[in-house]
Write a protein that binds this ligand. Structure first.
Ligand SMILES: Cc1cc2nc3c(=O)[nH]c(=O)nc-3n(C[C@H](O)[C@H](O)[C@H](O)COP(=O)(O)O)c2cc1C
Length: 194
């Protein structure tokens, strides 16, 4: 199973990176893991809104988005990990999904969009937010972040098979062991899915 991690945190060693590490520890085969840390991509433009991607099936700006498209095609399971920023995914992550619009989805005359390139793949959604549980959920922080990712996955034909929320990070210098164990257990469960 090829696993692609897309880390949308602006931090290399933040909470999201720590949770990703634990999920992978749960049993992901090390030779089948690719991690894309979006902040490492130095040649990544924003979407210009030209909509050419609908005609060509991918963004016409062939910068670092190419490596993301290639990695998505190769993967069986995606780990989409982003901190909650303003009750959404990080700007970095959203910018990448804008660039992937025509790659993941074809808008058709009928009005019913058709998934392309990632249909049938599985995904795990991961977020961290400073708002503590249950307010993170009740006040649409982590919930709203996942809401956007759910929609993208739904229209792209990607099946979500697990989620992980680390809430209340404002009060965490270190992530308590119970959450690290929980992340590891989620990995064990999900990487055994065939
Ligand atoms: C620009 C920005 C916006 C944020 N917006 C929210 C928010 O809307 N709700 C929330 O609970 N936390 C918010 N946070 C806090 C982060 O989600 C939290 O610090 C998270 O643990 C960061 O993960 P990281 O260390 O992997 O980057 C925000 C942080 C930043 C930098």
């Amino acid at each position: 199973m090829n696993i692609l991690v897309i880390n949308g945190s602006p931090k290399h060693n933040g909470k999201i990176s720590a949770i990703i590490k634990e999920i992978l520890k749960g049993g992901a085969p090390s030779d089948q893991i690719e991690i894309i840390q979006l902040t490492n991509l130095t040649n990544l433009h924003h979407c210009t809104g030209c909509m050419n991607c609908q005609r060509t099936g991918n963004c016409i700006i062939r910068d670092d988005i190419v490596s993301i498209e290639t990695a998505i095609k190769k993967s069986d399971m995606l780990i989409l990990a982003t901190p909650t920023h303003w009750g959404n995914m990080s700007g970095l992550m959203l910018s990448v999904f804008e660039r992937l619009f025509g790659f993941l989805l074809e808008e058709r005359q009928s009005g019913f969009p058709k998934a392309r390139n990632a249909a049938g793949k599985k995904a795990i959604l991961v977020t961290a937010c400073s708002t503590p549980w249950p307010f993170s959920w009740i006040f649409n922080q982590s919930r709203s972040c996942f809401g956007r990712l759910y929609e993208i996955c739904k229209y792209s034909g990607i099946k979500i098979c697990g989620t992980f929320v680390l809430a209340g990070t404002a009060k965490m210098d270190e992530i308590p062991n119970k959450y690290l164990h929980k992340a590891c257990k989620l990995g064990t469960k999900l990487f055994s899915i065939r």
